[in-house]
Design a protein around this ligand. Structure first.
Ligand code: DPP
Ligand code: ZN
Length: 876
């Protein structure tokens, strides 16, 4: 396949200032008429051909300025349309008619049907499946769209921008037209037509303009859109307060569809969502679902400024909108909920998804320099690490200067297709700092490591930190340059008080942050009489790994006393991880793992510490997952031994704290009416993790069964079901609960996804057979991305013992399934295949079997560009 390179960027010879689209909708023969105002760019030769992108298109007619183009002046294929002799005039009108079959579009890119609703997905390159176009994000055009459909089939007709007019046509048809005054790239085009229920509300912006808000869902599900609407209004308010950003159209619409490749899409004025991230009530959604809905509604709304008003020059700049918008939605959630809890959850996600990507064959810079298939770059690195990089800019500049830089960015680049260089420049100007070394965070892949050791000289009253940075090699980048790493820190003395110091030598230390720029730094603090404990990377100020020589006593001390909530959580999590890795080695050595009582006791102390929020305590008690432990071990992984170690620690913690946990569990029972707010969710989270520990003790299955039966919301019900299925697999309690859940929710696909997920993640060698048989369940479909991700995705990414079965059956099943999904939906198949990205860190036997599975995919003929790209990079 073709390799696209950043350095090959050049502006297009032609522009398309205006785009008129006319749709006559029909499931198998939709006619699209595009009338494009085309303009040759200043200085471009009159003979320059106009080359338009297409993808699998059926061309019906082409006219220029009202005249049919002669066949000799045209090169037309399903994937490209070339006008060999464009008119001499600089500006002309091009009319293109194409015909589509949305009902047969299973790739879910371009125009397709989901539950009989017409909808579109154009990012990144789906617009070219609708009409021939300069389908690149630097072509900004003003769109006017007219949609015609049978009123019975599609009473609702939506597109971007503001509604212009609508009315009846002959034969029971009707039409609506929409105009979007803001020039936009084609990837933000959207159309929705069908029979949907509406939830309506409004929002008055900071300048007093009234915006009509609509959320459209499957008829009868209106009541499930209330939380999303509330989150939308809070998002609009927050963006005004936090970033001074006001909404700009008369309407803002959101549509929920049930077949969607991504989470959601920020089309201008018409966001289209995976219904999983819109629909919620206490009966069907967990607290995690509510939090995700809030975050994703906010994320897509925030794109209106970071993505839409200022878009990307090319797809290499994807992080310009995604990393920044993730940062904005993280800040929003932190303000709406608990900042400390949110930060811990973000870091857990980053480590679970981005670190393995950065440490494996698919590693790439936040701003990649090459790609073969852009769909494969909607990654944790672009999104989550991209957000961390923006956070570091704020840490380095401080909140006020950061805001000044953002203001400058909006002012200077509004209406443009910008680059990462433009973004960095506004912060350099606002701060007067040189960010060129810092910019390596965008350009260089890999997770930097900091090795830190400390010495205290009581006679001289000096405390010294020695810090060394290194960046491991990644594919095609064997030599790394030194990074600018902002390392927030604290020196902590007796009772948890910050230690005062007189002077610092050896590095630039500003406001509790050490700026690491060289390979080695020696940072000397004078006037320090007692040896302090050192708290490093507070608030996770930099996305790095740390190798710290720290006494266990200091870790225990920090886990109790660090005033930075993130670092306190981290200290305890590090203790747990160290204990789990030691247990893993004991198990491999044929020994029974054992755990220090002071560790299992500390779990009890944290659990019942009323000064800590319940949500924080729940996160502290959540042991690192099997995959987290494996990642920290790094190589020669035997997932069964990892799992055994984790189970042993859970049992030890439960056994040591049985009585206390039980009392706390009882005291947390919710007597109030359900509320999805963060504090209530935190209490449920704590109670549910206590249930998990208690389920390992005698009577545990009965306790979990009781929890399941008495649950009054999905959070508690799903948590109890998972405990039964995972901790008491095969028990009559587990079987009964699974059957009852299935019976109750058989007709609710989003709830059945939880049922699939819970079973797909039951550890053990039987899992692959369970999952295989569930693919035949009437509620499952290989054509629906949510079903596939719930069953196959969960099995391959969240079931370490099941997926990595020593005989390789998990890998063979994945390979076979990926190929089956690929026939319909290459994008979803490619994403599934990334489950094998860490294959080289396995022990040799599994490594060989994983490789065979990858090779079997690679050797398949006619692979899609999406899947070929992932598999070849994974094997390289
Ligand atoms: N819809 C995806 C997102 O918002 C891609 N833009 O991240
Ligand atoms: Zn986004």
């Amino acid at each position: 396949g073709q390799v696209f390179k950043l350095e090959d960027y050049r502006p297009s010879d032609y522009l398309i200032p205006e785009t008129n689209l006319d749709f006559r909708l029909s499931p198998q023969a939709t006619v699209v008429t595009a009338i494009l105002t085309v303009e040759r760019r200043e200085g471009i030769s009159k003979s320059a051909p106009l080359v338009l992108d297409g993808d699998g298109l059926t061309l019906k007619r082409v006219e220029i300025d009202g005249k049919t183009v002669r066949p000799a002046d045209l090169l037309a294929s399903p994937d490209q349309l070339t006008l060999l002799k464009p008119p001499a005039a600089r500006r002309f009108q091009l009319r293109i008619e194409t015909e589509l079959a949305p009902a047969s579009n299973e790739a879910l890119m371009g125009l397709y049907r989901s539950n009989n609703v017409y909808c579109t997905q154009c990012e990144a390159e789906g617009f070219r499946r609708i009409t021939y176009f300069l389908d690149r994000p630097d072509i900004l055009s003003v769109y006017t769209v007219r949609i015609e459909a049978s009123r019975d089939e599609a009473p609702l007709l939506l597109s971007n921008g503001n509604p212009v007019e609508n009315g009846d046509l002959a034969d029971g048809w009707h039409y609506a037209s929409w105009h979007d005054p803001f020039p936009k790239p084609s990837y933000l085009f959207a159309l929705v037509a069908g029979n949907l229920g509406q939830v309506a509300d409004s929002f008055v912006t900071m300048s007093g303009r009234k915006v009509e808000l609509g959320i459209y869902v499957e008829p009868g599900k209106d009541a499930l859109a209330g939380y999303a609407m509330d989150a939308l209004k809070r998002s609009m308010q927050w963006d005004e307060e936090a970033f001074g950003r006001e909404y700009d159209l008369d309407v803002f619409n959101i549509v929920a569809v049930s077949d969607f490749n991504m989470g959601a899409m920020e089309n201008k004025g018409l966001n289209i969502f995976n219904d999983k991230y819109v629909l919620a009530d206490q009966e069907t959604a967990t607290d995690a679902d509510f939090a995700n809905i809030e975050a994703i509604i906010a994320h897509e709304y925030f794109h209106n400024w970071t993505g839409n008003r200022i878009t990307c020059r090319d797809w290499f700049q994807l992080c310009l909108k995604e990393g920044l918008t993730v940062f904005r939605d993280h800040e929003f959630s932190a303000d709406q909920r608990s900042r400390a809890v949110k930060r811990i959850a973000e870091v857990r996600t980053l480590r679970a998804h981005q670190f393995p990507e950065d440490q494996g064959p698919l590693a790439h810079p936040v701003r990649p320099r090459r790609y073969r298939e852009i769909n494969n770059f909607y990654t944790a690195t672009v999104y989550e690490k991209g957000s961390e990089v923006v956070r570091m800019i704020r840490t380095i500049l401080g909140a006020e200067v950061f805001r000044a830089g953002m203001d400058l960015y909006f002012e200077r680049h509004d209406g443009e297709a910008a680059t990462i260089e433009d973004f960095i420049k506004v912060f350099e100007e606002a701060s007067g700092r040189d960010l060129s070394q810092f910019a390596l965070w965008y350009h260089q892949a890999g997770t930097p490591n900091l090795t830190v050791s400390s010495t205290h000289n009581p006679a001289a009253q000096e405390f010294t930190l020695e810090i060394e940075q290194s960046v491991p090699p990644t594919p095609s980048e064997s030599r790394k340059r030194l990074m600018h790493i902002p390392l927030a820190f604290g020196l902590i003395g007796a009772g948890g008080k910050p230690v005062e110091y007189d002077r610092v030598e050896g590095a630039s230390v500003e406001g509790g942050v050490i700026h690491i720029r060289k390979r080695r730094h020696m940072v000397r603090f004078s006037g320090v009489a007692e040896r302090p404990a050192v708290s490093l990377n507070r608030g996770f100020s930099a996305p790095v790994t740390l190798s710290v020589e720290q006494k266990a006593a200091d870790q225990f001390f920090l886990a109790r006393h660090d005033s930075d909530a993130f670092s306190r959580w981290q200290a305890f999590n590090t203790l747990l991880t160290d204990a789990l890795i030691a247990a893993f080695r004991q198990i491999l050595g044929g020994k029974q793992p054992d755990f220090a009582p002071r560790l299992t006791d500390l779990a009890g102390v944290i659990a019942s510490d009323e000064t800590l929020e319940p949500a924080y305590r729940a996160l502290a008690l959540a042991l690192p997952g099997d995959a987290d432990i494996a990642r920290d071990i790094g190589k020669n992984i035997d997932p069964d031994a990892v799992h055994t170690a984790r189970h042993a620690l859970a049992l030890a913690i439960g056994t040591a704290n049985g009585e206390a946990f039980s009392g706390l569990y009882d005291s947390l029972a919710d007597k109030n009416a359900f509320s999805p707010d963060a504090a209530s969710a935190g209490r449920r989270a704590l109670r549910n993790i206590l249930l998990d520990y208690l389920s390992l003790l005698p009577g545990g299955a009965a306790l979990a069964a009781g929890h399941f039966q008495s649950a009054t919301n999905m959070t508690d019900r799903a948590a109890a079901l998972a405990v039964l299925a995972h901790r008491h697999h095969g028990s009559s309690e587990a079987k009964k609960a699974l059957a009852a859940f299935e019976k109750t929710y058989a007709s609710d696909p989003l709830v059945m996804d939880k049922w699939f997920q819970i079973q797909a993640s039951v550890p053990g060698p039987q899992a692959v057979d369970t999952v295989r048989s569930l693919t035949a369940h009437p509620g499952f479909s290989m054509g629906n991305p949510n079903r596939v991700r719930s069953l196959i995705g969960t099995f391959s990414s969240a079931n370490q013992t099941g997926f990595h079965r020593p005989d390789g059956e998990g890998y063979r099943f994945l390979a076979q399934t990926v190929l089956e999904v690929e026939k319909r939906n290459p994008q979803v198949a490619a994403r599934l295949a990334t489950a094998l990205r860490s294959w080289r860190s396995l022990e040799p036997g599994r490594q060989a079997k994983a490789r065979e599975a990858l090779v079997s995919i690679a050797n398949t003929e006619n692979l899609s560009a999406d899947l070929r790209d992932i598999v070849e990079r994974t094997l390289a």
